[in-house]
Design a protein around this ligand. Structure first.
Ligand code: DMJ
Length: 586
């Protein structure tokens, strides 16, 4: 039954204007419940470094930086308010509103916790009041993206509700409304969700099933928000829904074609869930599946071993097959997680090939590995966390704009992260890698670099030293790089991370600020666009205010503000608030 047709009871598809919760077609028989044990004090190791002394001059500088970030936030927030209030997004160049996420004011809801963290109480209260008017029973979307709805709306309400001390009950009410919608997508024969939910089909009474080719992140990263909602409401249906999913991940972990990890495409239309494809990445389409494991462990106060097993079961496999160091002109020790493909899967002849592609989306891995190194006491991984984070900082610093590209290819130089290594920079090494990347495109299959051709490639494409290709030149205001810098700063307390953050912020501000808000950038490799064009594109996703500026701001706050020993960023509070948190406020 496609759009335009009729359902069984002759209700035309288009005539259905709002979704309606129906009695479950596939009732859940046995409900998984939250672990009941209380976390023992001290059972989860500390994440943040001990407090450091701050000189008056250092404090002055920090506060000036913090206020600059706050001013940037207010600039974009006011632009959204003036031009696109209650819409999902504002066009930062045109001022035109846009509604790509259901039309439920995604920017407003997603940014609530940042408003609170920045102490913008009047703005926060105005926004909370506006939330009362959001009608989640109607939508402008044909299909509802369940993952995006969960992270932006449900996560937005829950984070704001808890950070503001549960003093605004409307936030929890709205969270439940969003979750009611999300739960409709779980009413399938497998109890696994339809990732792009056809609300008209559901309301028309049709049987629905998960899609056999679903992105693993879209089914695997609903756990934090739904678990938190059960913690807050006591209603076990939310936790039940995600525990079924994590059990499937655990059962399948040793049996995929790259045992330990899960492929980009999975099949939740079958039971057990299918994991039969062979492409693996920590980047787009898979990223938050992996990111959520250590955070879920923290959210449950360390009493459930499953998220730890899932993390520990995958990370060494990812280190072995996907982690690559990268040569760069300053010989900074840096690494990236790349993509892998398994051919000829099987116990005896598995062949894993990997590429040399880095993505901005994988930049969260520095923070994930760092957080997990502390929480799971994997101290040797701290060096990898630093190298992953420095890889993304390097990618920013290497370009003409000071912004990291969406994706690029680098010079890989070894399969393990080692010190005193074989990764030293040379012009020849760069030329050889460039030539390997480009020679067939130029119909020249010679093994040795052709210097004349190489010069032409560089003149046309502006690759910075150390990059051998840039597939996607954009910077779309993403948060992953600064998220990792922020976590590394809180873990180590080293000032160098705050200074790196400031350099990144200055570049982001210089390139993205518009009269209205902040714009995505079309090409980070060139400072000025060619005549008659502009680098600034008319798009500002909600994560700019909800994530990117929040991390920048928190770098320049005292470490007791959203301490990682109390909170699971960027959604919910840790159930066990610690009275003896380090780094007291100055
Ligand atoms: C973020 O909104 C989320 O954190 C998500 O998990 C992946 N990427 C986007 C922004 O880049």
């Amino acid at each position: 039954m496609g759009p335009g047709g009729h359902f069984k009871d002759n209700v035309p598809y288009r005539a259905i204007k709002q979704w309606k919760k129906l009695p479950p077609r596939f009732p859940v028989k046995t409900v998984h419940v939250l672990p009941t044990e209380l976390p023992l004090p001290g059972s989860v190791p500390r994440v943040q470094a001990a407090a450091r002394e701050e000189t008056p001059a250092a404090r002055k500088e920090r506060l000036a930086r913090r206020d600059a970030v706050r001013e940037s936030f207010l600039h974009s927030w006011n632009g959204y308010k003036k031009h696109a209030w209650m819409h999902d997004e504002v066009g930062p160049v045109s001022g035109e509103p846009a509604d790509p996420f259901g039309g439920w004011a995604a920017t407003l809801v997603d940014a609530l916790d940042t408003l609170w963290i920045m102490g913008l109480t009047d703005e926060f209260e105005e926004a909370v009041k506006a939330c009362e008017g959001i009608d989640f029973s109607r939508t402008s979307a044909e299909l509802v993206n369940i993952f995006e709805t969960t992270i932006r709306y449900l996560g937005g309400f829950l984070a704001a509700y808890e950070l503001s001390g549960k003093k605004y009950p409307v936030l929890l009410r709205k969270a439940v409304q969003v979750a009611d919608l999300v739960m409709c997508a779980f009413d399938t024969p497998t109890h696994l969700p339809v990732a792009r939910w056809d609300w008209r089909q559901y309301t028309g009474g049709m049987t629905q099933a998960a899609h056999p080719r679903t992105l693993v992140a879209e089914v695997g990263s609903l756990s934090l928000e739904l678990t938190k909602l059960t913690q807050l409401t006591g209603d076990q249906q939310y936790y039940d829904a995600v525990k079924r999913i994590s059990d499937q991940f655990e059962k399948s972990q040793p049996h995929t074609s790259l045992p330990g990890m899960w492929p980009v495409f999975v099949d939740p239309s079958t039971w057990p869930m299918g994991f039969k494809s062979h492409d693996y990445t920590l980047g787009g389409m898979s990223d938050s599946l992996y990111e959520y494991f250590p955070k879920q462990y923290l959210l449950l106060g360390g009493v459930l071993a499953q998220p730890r097993r899932l993390y520990e079961g995958f990370i060494d496999v990812a280190k072995r097959h996907l982690l690559r160091r990268a040569a760069n002109p300053d010989n900074i020790p840096i690494s990236f997680f790349v993509d892998a493909h398994v051919s000829a899967p099987g116990a005896w002849n598995t062949d894993v090939s990997s590429n040399n592609h880095a993505q901005h989306l994988t930049c969260f891995t520095g923070g994930m590995v760092g957080l997990a190194a502390k929480v799971f006491e994997r101290h040797e991984d701290l060096e990898i966390a630093a190298q992953l984070t420095d890889g993304c900082v390097w990618a920013y610093n290497a370009t003409a704009t000071g912004l990291g590209p969406e994706t690029f290819a680098f010079i890989p130089c070894g399969e393990e992260v080692r010190k005193g290594d074989d990764c030293a920079w040379s012009q020849d090494r760069w030329a050889t890698a460039l030539w390997k990347q480009w020679r067939t495109a130029r119909y020249d299959t010679g093994e040795k670099p052709n210097w004349e051709e190489l010069q032409k490639i560089l003149d046309e494409r502006h690759f910075p030293k150390g990059m051998v290709n840039v597939d996607d030149h954009r910077y779309i205001l993403r948060p992953e790089a600064i998220e990792s810098v922020f976590i590394m700063y809180r873990i180590t307390g080293e000032q160098s991370w705050a200074d790196k953050a400031w350099t990144m912020f200055a570049a982001v501000e210089a390139a993205t600020r518009t009269n209205i808000a902040a714009a995505s950038i079309a090409d980070v490799l060139v400072k000025e666009a060619s005549a008659g064009t502009t680098q600034q594109k008319d798009s500002m996703e909600s994560f700019w205010l909800a994530e990117t500026l929040k991390y920048f701001y928190l770098v320049f706050e005292t470490p007791d503000v959203v301490s990682l020993d109390e909170w699971v960023l960027n959604t919910e509070a840790h159930p066990l608030r610690r009275a003896d948190a380090p780094w007291p406020a100055s």
